[in-house]
Design a protein around this ligand. Structure first.
Ligand code: FES
Ligand SMILES: [Fe+2]
Length: 400
């Protein structure tokens, strides 16, 4: 028998194993299924009708149903024998009845108001209340609040400020995707990947991408911003040679580094966007909202946790115009943006998020963006738990 090397042994020992877990940010580490205490977009209003629609959010199963025009949310497990209530339907206005034995719950309160197969005098009525969810409609989507029994904050406090009170035309896409929501959010905000991974995407084909740049992260209010300082369009790598983000078919890079759009542009900035005075072009806030400001529109991504392994990618494009001026936006969105940006470009991100496997991880200089985002999430979660405890509530703290 000939001796062969162990095929599992690495050829050489690795250097610097890096961070083995995320215990520096215990709440972030524990938030695989998402952060409680926020509103999340889950579907479009016309997808909710008189029959229950199942939704999985932060690992919880619930359903949405419309009654007299309003959308209600309720936990999807019948307390009687655990059958999904979403298989039931409406037998009386303002209620839903379980398909199995006809337990009937009021949509507004969750109270059990009838157990049809036990007759009108059933003594179980009034003794059972099914958990309900707060639901809102904003930005052309249906949002659900997931909390710990507290009164939800107004949804407008959580939306990007510029979308509250300004007229905007919106293009939205909601897409179920594999992978943990944190990988999707970190991918969205990560400093390094766009200029490399997306350099040949059709959306970027005629635009130059810097090879690298220096950046700082600035906190303002509940957002942190990536502020581009100096961009380098070409670089000489010692011992290797030159590497460039330019090409003959791409536009010439701008001489100045701007912070509206990632490659700067001389286009006039829409007054609503200019008025925000964003310190940097890319910003992120809880519970996983990315905002990229361009001269004429803003692109948002909401990373909605379905469970540990799945999320919803919600892309929203906002153009701050009114009336007839909105028509070119729709033409541009439907004709190009939807396919090139929300489609192919964002498909490259989807591919990476599916493959990301961290921790362990060994971060590099541009990943300061990730460290700052995790810190923001950690700090805001601690603040929220303190607030709830002051109210006398006992929120679930998965870190203890
Ligand atoms: S399981 Fe729902 S009514 Fe029996
Ligand atoms: Fe990307």
């Amino acid at each position: 028998m000939t001796e062969t090397a162990n095929p599992k042994a690495p050829a050489r020992a690795a250097r610097l194993p890096g961070r083995q877990d995320w215990s520096s940010w215990p709440h972030y580490q524990a938030a695989g299924a998402g952060f409680r205490g926020y509103w999340y977009p889950v579907c479009f209003p016309d997808q909710v009708g008189e029959k229950p629609r199942r939704v999985r959010l932060l690992g919880e199963d619930l359903f949405l149903i419309r009654d007299s025009g309003r959308i209600f949310g309720m936990k999807d497990r019948c307390p009687h024998r655990g059958v999904p209530l979403s298989h039931g339907n409406k037998q009386f206005p303002g209620t839903v009845s379980c398909v199995y034995h006809g337990w009937t719950f009021q949509l507004e309160s969750g109270d059990l108001v009838a157990a049809i197969t036990d007759g009108p005098e059933s003594p179980i009525c009034g003794k059972v209340t099914q958990p309900t969810y707060d639901v809102a409609e904003r930005l052309g989507m249906v949002w659900v609040y997931i909390g710990d029994g507290e009164e939800p904050h107004p949804i407008d406090e959580q939306l990007p400020e510029e979308l509250v009170g300004n007229a905007a035309v919106l293009g939205q896409r909601i897409q179920p995707r594999q992978g943990n929501w944190r990988f999707a959010c970190e991918n969205g905000y990560d400093e390094g990947h766009a200029k490399y991974l997306h350099r040949a995407a059709l959306w970027r084909l005629f635009k130059p991408m810097p090879v690298w740049n220096t950046t700082k992260i600035v906190k303002r209010g509940r957002w942190i911003y990536r502020v581009q300082e100096k961009q380098f369009w070409e670089a000489e790598f010692p011992g290797l040679g030159r590497w460039s983000g330019r090409a003959w078919y791409k536009a010439k890079p701008s001489k100045e580094t701007g912070n509206i759009g990632n490659t700067s542009s001389h286009r006039e900035v829409n007054p609503v966007i200019a008025a925000q005075e964003f310190p940097g072009f890319a910003s992120v806030s809880m519970p996983g909202v990315l905002r990229i400001a361009y001269p004429t529109f803003i692109h948002y991504e909401f990373y909605v946790p379905v469970d540990e392994d799945n999320h919803l990618y919600v892309g929203v494009m906002a153009d701050f115009h009114k009336g007839l001026k909105t028509l070119p936006f729709y033409a541009k969105y439907l004709g190009a943006v939807r396919w090139l940006f929300h489609g192919q470009f964002s498909g490259q991100d989807k591919w990476m998020v599916e493959m990301t496997d961290a921790p362990p991880e060994k971060l590099y200089r541009p990943d300061d963006s990730l460290l700052q985002w995790r810190k923001l999430a950690e700090d805001m979660t601690e603040d929220r738990l303190d607030r709830l405890r002051e109210q006398g509530l006992d929120p679930v703290d998965p870190t203890v």
